[in-house]
Design a protein around this ligand. Structure first.
Ligand code: ZN
Length: 95
């Protein structure tokens, strides 16, 4: 059986795109909620979905946006990333 890519929800693709466009790519829950316009629990569900799909890892470190040391979601580092399958849907900040 071939290794099929995980099926991601539209919100998960948007969340991954946001992580890709964020310098250093680490977002805490409040910053991700603010960037995506979602509530905290929706972000936690997105983190669970992308964590189970192998797209992100969770770390206790500083957030790329607010610089507070929190539990943050970060893109899974190469060579373990599967993000070549995801294209960001948002323009980077400042454009
Ligand atoms: Zn933050």
């Amino acid at each position: 059986m071939p290794d099929l890519p995980p099926i991601r929800s539209e919100a998960a693709v948007e969340f991954l795109g946001e992580l890709q466009l964020t310098p250093r790519g680490r977002l805490c829950v409040p910053c991700a909620a603010a960037r995506l316009g979602l509530e905290k629990w929706a972000i936690l569900k997105l983190i669970r979905e992308t964590l189970l799909a192998g797209d992100v890892i969770c770390l206790h470190t500083d957030c790329s946006r607010c610089c507070r040391v929190e539990l943050v979601a970060a893109l899974r580092p190469l060579p373990y990333s599967r993000l070549d399958e995801v294209t960001p849907r948002r323009a980077p900040l400042g454009l």
